[in-house]
Design a protein around this ligand. Structure first.
Ligand code: SF4
Length: 469
């Protein structure tokens, strides 16, 4: 009888080529995504007189440095930034990669485009020189970020040496409370296990609430696995996954689809399989969440208050809390609902998909924002769909800036969209580190609905209490 295995173990075993004396495994890599910062790796590759080993498995998508106000030369923040984008396009063209070029409506944020195009498939190993590659695990792939020399190795060989991570299951029990989004669920999970809670592990998310999530919601959950320190996050493939993939441009077609689906159905974790670690969270306690500090683990419900560092007994942790409090310009005991917000950003690979935009539109409809707010679609196709549905008109009528070009935008503050020094931003992105959205920027992570609510009231507001619009 076969040993019961987890989804992660099945994918790992299937891709293992050999193991070295140091205990590392050489893995075959199915898909490799490259963005502007892959230039180091291309330089190494070309410096060794090599070309990309499997161009058909390699996808180049400029997203981090592309401006979202437009894609003309004048829209770039500076010449160096534009050169980074052009360099990626040059390297992709030279190596005959799958390029989602400027002006191509399919272009957008890598972690939005992969699942949208059907490039991300169950049972595959996907890598990219970007931490939030974990997003693709939402479709039952093993997907993780890698460094520049690893990117070069994958470009040259389509393989990668990796130590085997441990397995961990996070089960969300109970019913999903009304008004609680996938973003609130993953923020609550990170608050529960901590920013280092998943270190060295691949997390499999489980429980009826997770199974009931749409693909857009699953992508939000897996996206932030890295913020819990995990190597990757995964959700076993099921009918929701297959329905999402069917007919997508890069998904298998015809007979190949039948075969693929038959294989995908063997992937979910065997009932008798065990995980090296188990964590459980009760969903009934989850509310719309807001981060208050400079780590995604610094998260509290919108009904909560800023913690008091004096209550912390560990002196090191107390110093760290004081530092966060100072950077964020907050006071112990301050109610979250009393915190004024200066600007709002709805976008990023966490929350820029069509369902995120619909959530924001539902709150913004027939209302007006009182602070600057931008909404940036995750891909050109999402922009088109949102406009077909009239969401852009709702945004514009509310006074929100609807950006014409997809990209990472204000998530990272390197492309012209940034938050000013000491400005407070309600953001649907995934990182609230010091300076992430710009020097001195104060980032609070929230869901699209909560971000829209903050844009209307100018402070954090429980979106469930806003009433009908
Ligand atoms: S949106 Fe932000 S987190 Fe996502 S890939 Fe871009 S910079 Fe990274």
């Amino acid at each position: 009888m076969k040993q019961p295995r987890t989804l992660f173990e099945k994918i790992w075993d299937r891709h293992s080529i050999t193991t070295n004396e140091a205990g590392q495994t050489l893995l075959f890599i199915d898909r490799h995504f490259c963005h502007e910062l892959s230039f180091h790796a291309f330089n190494m590759l070309h410096g060794n007189n090599r070309m990309v080993r499997h161009p058909e498995r390699t996808f180049a998508i400029p997203d981090h440095y592309t401006p979202t106000t437009g894609l003309e030369d004048k829209d770039y923040i500076d010449a160096d930034t534009q050169a980074l984008v052009e360099n990626l396009i040059k390297n992709a063209t030279r190596n005959k990669l799958n390029l989602f070029d400027l002006g191509d409506d399919r272009r957008g944020i890598i972690h939005v485009v992969g699942p949208e195009q059907g490039i991300t498939q169950p049972g595959t190993i996907i890598v990219c020189g970007d931490s939030h590659t974990s997003t693709h695990g939402a479709l039952g792939a093993l997907a993780f970020g890698i460094g520049a020399s690893d990117v070069s190795h994958v470009l040259a060989t389509q393989t990668l040496w990796q130590p085997k991570p441990k397995s961990m299951r996070v089960t969300v029990k109970g019913k999903r409370p009304i008004g609680v989004t996938a973003k609130d669920i993953i923020l609550a999970i990170i608050g529960h296990i901590g920013a280092a809670g998943g270190t060295g592990h691949v997390i499999e998310y489980a429980g009826p609430i997770i199974q009931d999530l749409t693909i857009d919601e699953r992508l939000t959950v897996c996206n932030m696995s890295i913020e819990a320190g995990a190597r990757a996050g995964m959700i076993p493939p099921d009918n929701t996954t297959y329905r999402h993939l069917k007919g997508r441009p890069f998904a298998p077609q015809g007979e190949a689809w039948e075969k693929a689906e038959e294989f995908w159905r063997t992937l979910p974790t065997d009932t008798a399989a065990t995980f090296e670690r188990e964590e459980t969270l009760d969903a009934t306690s989850i509310e719309p969440m807001v981060t208050w500090g400079t780590s995604p683990e610094d998260v509290i419900p919108v009904s909560g208050a800023i913690p008091d560092p004096k209550l912390e007994t560990d002196p090191k942790r107390q110093t760290a809390l004081n530092r966060k409090m100072e950077y964020m310009g907050l006071k112990p005991g301050q109610l979250v609902s009393d915190i004024k917000v200066d600007r709002v950003f709805i976008g990023s690979c966490t929350n820029s998909r069509i369902e995120d935009l619909r959530d924001a539109a539902e709150v913004l409809k027939n209302r007006t924002v009182c602070i600057p707010a931008i909404i940036v679609p995750g891909s050109g196709l999402i922009r088109e769909q949102a406009e077909q549905e009239g969401l852009d008109q709702i945004f514009e009528a509310a006074g929100v800036e609807w950006r014409p070009a997809a990209g990472c935008s204000m998530c990272i503050g390197v492309n012209g969209d940034s938050v000013k020094n000491e400005e407070r931003c309600a953001s649907t992105s995934n990182r609230n580190f010091e300076g992430r959205q710009g020097r001195g920027a104060r980032t609070h992570l929230v869901s699209p609905a909560m971000a829209a609510a903050a844009a209307i009231s100018g402070r954090f507001t429980d979106v469930r209490k806003m009433g009908k619009n």
